[in-house]
Design a binder for this molecule. Structure first.
Ligand code: ZN
Ligand code: ZN
Length: 419
């Protein structure tokens, strides 16, 4: 059987509910989308439950499902995925924390009963914005027992910590006391593995203060009358799951052309290729043709490319129909470019990771539309790409976790199940 390639394009938060200002149409129904309509008309359509009927999906859990990884099995909380989102390399078994650079006042000491001698004066170190890279560098790579502590700065006062080593658990309480005027909280672990994590984390916290209190960034802050960012306060421990790499699971090479750190993080976890796309801002002003060009470039030596256009979700969260319509028209433009420049025989699927209705301002558990075109599909009677139009399609109603099976079947790359 001849193998073909496939592209899966996801309009983030694309699906919606009828909007009164649009005469009861959805933004997708109201938008001018000749190219999306052509995909629907030439292809096979259906409605999809990204995770399951009525389940309100996050972008992270939904993308896991769309790539065929059951979020109920592998999603261990936001921690590991946020850490991925800021560009840290995460490995299965890592314990990931979200952290703040905070200010403590006093001489911090660690005793068996807890931290004493100092209290948290500002949990966010006056929302420190500069110098956090240098502060993170100063503590990154620290070794405590047989565990390596990896630290990277995020936006403003935020940073992330990974504890990497044998026998660690994630049932650990926070260092961050979540209120000011208190000492850092002593981390406690529930089970043996988590007790080890807690012991390392408490040591790390003390050492972070010892190193950061005299760091030049903080000396300068003190001279300028600002509070020092002299401790790293961790919270939200999460165990990074062991995920089978995409190439191993499907026997094909995958790439992800995406705009947000969160989704890039998932793709990186699955060891997919993630090209840098200049002009992809993740905002309403994003250069959709730069994304389209990156898809075409990736198709040269990959079998499968996932693309996520973030902008439709933003209009939904802001409850603004017009920006959402404009974002959907960008998606249409992106699809036009891909179809015009793709190699012959490509299968193209267009869908959403969840609905972000204008009327709700957040993700809902409604179905999302799906259309797939390409040489091996059986076209149905659907003529336009819309939440309601696709209901008549040949794919009927399916789940996000079905998508990779359907695509690898069309691509001719799937192993036969049985004799
Ligand atoms: Zn999303
Ligand atoms: Zn969203």
């Amino acid at each position: 059987m001849k193998r073909t390639k496939a592209v899966l394009i996801i309009g983030d938060g694309l699906a919606d509910r009828p909007v009164p200002e649009l005469d009861g149409r959805t933004p997708l129904e109201a938008a001018d989308t000749p190219n999306l309509d052509r995909v629907a008309a030439e292809g096979e359509c259906g409605q999809m439950d990204p995770i399951g009927p009525g389940i309100r999906a996050g972008s992270d859990t939904s993308h896991l499902a769309l790539l065929g990884y059951d979020p109920f099995q592998v999603y261990t909380g936001r921690g590991p995925f946020e850490v991925l989102g800021i560009g840290m390399e995460v490995r299965g078994g890592d314990i990931c924390f979200r952290c703040n650079f905070s200010t403590v006042e006093g001489e911090l000491q660690l005793t068996d009963g807890g931290f004493t001698g100092a209290t948290i004066a500002d949990r966010r170190a006056q929302r420190i914005a500069e110098g956090t890279h240098d502060l993170a560098q100063a503590v990154d790579g620290m070794k405590i027992e047989d565990v390596t502590c990896l630290v990277k700065e995020s936006v403003e006062h935020r940073c992330a910590l990974i504890l990497r080593g044998p026998g660690l658990g994630a049932k650990v309480s926070d260092i961050d006391p979540h209120e000011e005027g208190k000492p850092p909280h002593l981390a406690l672990g529930e089970d043996e593995a988590s007790k080890k994590t807690a012991r390392i984390l408490n040591q790390f916290t003390l050492k972070s203060w010892e190193i950061l209190k005299d760091h030049p960034v903080n000396t300068q802050r003190l001279e300028a009358g600002k509070l020092p960012a002299n401790i790293i306060a961790a919270r939200g421990a999460g165990l990074a799951p062991h995920l089978e790499p995409f190439a191993q699971r499907y026997g094909i090479k995958g790439a992800a052309v995406v705009e947000t750190g969160l989704i890039a993080g998932i793709a990186r976890y699955l060891e997919m290729t993630i090209p840098d796309v200049p002009g992809a801002t993740g905002g309403a002003d994003t250069d959709e043709l730069a994304l389209a060009q990156a898809i075409i470039a990736m198709l040269e030596d990959h079998d499968f490319v996932l693309c996520n256009l973030k902008a439709p979700d933003l209009g939904g969260h802001d409850s603004q129909p017009e920006p959402k319509i404009k974002a959907i028209e960008k998606l249409d433009n992106l699809v036009a470019y891909v179809r015009a420049h793709a190699p012959a025989g490509l299968h193209l699927a267009v869908t959403a990771d969840h609905a972000t209705p204008i009327s709700f301002g957040d993700h809902t558990g409604d179905t999302v539309p799906l259309a797939i075109c390409g040489p091996n599909v059986r076209p149905d009677s659907v003529r336009s790409f819309g939440e309601r139009a696709v209901v008549a399609g040949g794919l009927s109603r399916l789940r996000g976790s079905d998508i990779m099976n359907i695509l690898t079947n069309l691509m001719g790359t799937q192993e036969k199940y049985g004799a």
